[in-house]
Design a protein around this ligand. Structure first.
Ligand SMILES: NC(=O)C1=CN([C@@H]2O[C@H](COP(=O)(O)OP(=O)(O)OC[C@H]3O[C@@H](n4cnc5c(N)ncnc54)[C@H](OP(=O)(O)O)[C@@H]3O)[C@@H](O)[C@H]2O)[C@@H](O)CC1
Ligand SMILES: Nc1ncnc2c1ncn2[C@@H]1O[C@H](COP(=O)(O)OP(=O)(O)O)[C@@H](O)[C@H]1O
Ligand SMILES: [K+]
Length: 491
């Protein structure tokens, strides 16, 4: 599992490992070796400036400087403050450093081909200001390559936010497990390439801390995928009711296609009778019915999932239908207008949640429903999931999925091509398509976000929303062939 540790969990893992008998000095030595390994794998010997802060991040810098110098590299080291001010393992490694310890200043950057940033890591406690801010600017303005140790200095390890100013690194080497700030923007962009190095902290210690933030990869949900069985029929794969708009039909057409590509067995679009031909002509495989039949159709429990929002229109009709769908405790995906319709009265929406429910707000929709929440994306999505009882997908380039039980998955796929109209409608469709097949909500939603991201990443430039559902068969086939399906033999 790709766990992500909070900064507090990281310190705890560190403490317990030391209590278990592995000295902090060894952990720091291992950290320095890991950084040097990453440097040796990427750079030829060159002029290096190691920038050290007053804590253990700086201590790592003394190890890196010593190891590179022992290999014959030309190393300068600058320290913020005095050697006498260092404590613990940092002080110990400062004593082992036989080169000159210069004052940390922008002069160290002049002539450096590689900068190793060990100013602040996990212990960044406030905004960077004054002389240190000037040095950060000098590094960013220089042509030197930059390897950051643990976090680029200035990036908050929990939120990925910049505290004042931050180093813009080419490579960031962190230890044991990544932290949220390595995946949340802008931290993710400032890290450059990310390397997670083992420094000897046992997996059992990490597991005992019960991390509940994960990188969104197939390892998180592949075991929960529901594949069709040998003798399955379409009703085993679920029946989606898609509440389409009367005027804006494109949004639900995109969502419907995505739900079917994701594997939903049947899908009926319910809409104003005047709009039904548009839905029917677009997709021969969908059924259509007048929206007036919605409540009646919900009596049939084979209709096990509802998607509402894309193109729905904001107002009473949408609100009433959302509340009815939620009261029936079927799988529900609420997107776009289904969320905005509750901007004045979000608690009515939250009170109605019963069954597996997924809400897919972008930042604007999120702030309408959860106006009082601030903080980083993980904190806000998690609090929103707790309050609403729904899975929350807080969309963006670093989409976060949060469950009411506290689990969080962060997406880390480069897919800026997804920033195109209709892309969110497709995502909502993929989610309902997976939910009606019986996949648990957090896993289904995380998988949908991953599929959506992969589709964007693989298609690349030129992508329009219509392309995303068409990319699903290849992605699903890869997952299926990866051996998750025990019944996959052709016989
Ligand atoms: N965990 C592990 O397993 C291992 C961790 N290791 C390494 O330890 C690092 C964590 O070390 P750390 O706790 O000493 O914190 P660190 O980032 O050096 O900074 C603290 C110092 O900075 C100061 N300071 C903070 N913000 C400031 C600002 N804006 N402006 C000015 N000053 C500021 C702060 O001052 P104070 O707040 O006390 O006044 C304090 O002096 C971690 O990132 C990793 O590299 C490895 O050795 C291997 C094992
Ligand atoms: N820069 C980006 N990188 C990756 N994904 C992105 C980026 N920008 C937007 N997306 C994704 O595209 C989708 C856009 O959804 P949304 O804002 O609802 O648009 P629409 O309403 O037009 O469908 C979301 O899933 C979002 O995560
Ligand atoms: K750093």
């Amino acid at each position: 599992m790709s766990e992500i540790l909070t900064i507090a969990q990281m310190y705890e893992a560190d403490k317990q490992t030391i209590a278990n008998g592995l000295p902090g000095e060894v952990l720091m030595e291992n950290a320095g070796h890991a950084v040097v390994d990453a440097i040796l794998a990427r750079f030829q010997p060159c002029s290096v400036s190691v920038l050290c802060g007053p804590g253990n991040n700086g201590g790592d810098g003394f190890v890196v400087a010593r190891l590179l110098r022992a290999r014959g590299w030309n190393v300068r080291l600058g320290l913020m403050g005095e050697v006498a001010g260092l404590g613990g393992d940092a002080a110990l490694n400062a004593r082992k450093w036989t080169g000159a310890t210069e004052r940390l200043s922008a002069a160290l950057i002049v002539g450096a081909e590689l900068v190793v940033d060990c100013i602040f890591g996990a212990g960044l406690a406030r905004d960077i200001e004054g002389d240190i801010a000037d040095i950060v600017h000098a590094v960013n303005d220089s042509s030197a390559k930059v390897v950051a140790v643990d976090m680029p200095s200035g990036v908050d390890g929990m939120s990925g936010q910049v505290r004042g100013v931050a180093i813009d690194a080419d490579v960031t080497v962190t230890f044991c497990r990544a932290k949220p700030g390595h995946y949340l923007l802008p931290g993710r962009a400032l890290c450059g390439e990310r390397v997670v190095a083992d420094i000897g902290i046992p997996d059992a210690i990490v597991a005992a801390l019960k991390p509940d933030i994960y990188l969104n990869t197939p390892r998180l949900w592949a075991d929960h995928i529901v594949w069709p069985g040998l003798a399955g029929h379409k009703y085993h794969r679920g029946h989606v009711l898609a509440l389409g708009g009367a005027q804006t039909t494109g949004a639900m057409r995109l969502a419907a296609r995505a739900a079917r590509r994701a594997g939903a067995g049947l899908l009926t679009v319910l809409a104003d009778p005047a709009a039904l031909p548009l839905y029917a002509q677009d997709m021969p495989g969908v059924m259509v019915a007048p929206i007036a039949r919605f409540e009646d159709m919900m009596q049939d429990c084979r209709h096990n999932g509802v998607i509402i929002g894309p193109g729905a229109g904001i107002g009473d009709d949408t609100r009433r239908r959302v509340v009815h769908a939620l009261h029936c405790a079927r799988a529900c995906v609420l997107d776009a207008d289904a969320l905005t319709s509750f901007a004045e009265d979000p608690s009515t929406l939250f009170f109605a949640v019963q069954g597996p429910t997924v809400m897919t707000p972008h930042e604007g929709e999120f702030s309408r429903l959860f106006a009082d929440m601030d903080g980083d994306k993980v904190t806000r999505a998690r609090a929103a999931a707790r309050r609403s009882g729904a899975i929350i997908v807080l969309k963006g380039a670093d989409t976060v999925v949060a469950a009411p039980d506290g689990r969080v998955a962060i997406n880390d796929i480069f897919a800026p091509w997804l920033a195109t109209a209709g892309s969110g409608d497709v995502l909502a469709g993929i989610i309902i398509g997976l939910l009606v097949q019986g996949m648990p909500a957090f896993e289904a939603t995380s998988m949908a976000v991953w599929l959506h991201g992969q589709a964007g990443h693989k298609f690349g430039p030129g992508l329009i929303a219509e392309d995303i559902p068409e990319a699903l068969p290849a992605l699903l086939s890869d997952l299926w062939r990866a051996g998750v399906a025990p019944d996959s033999s052709p016989h």
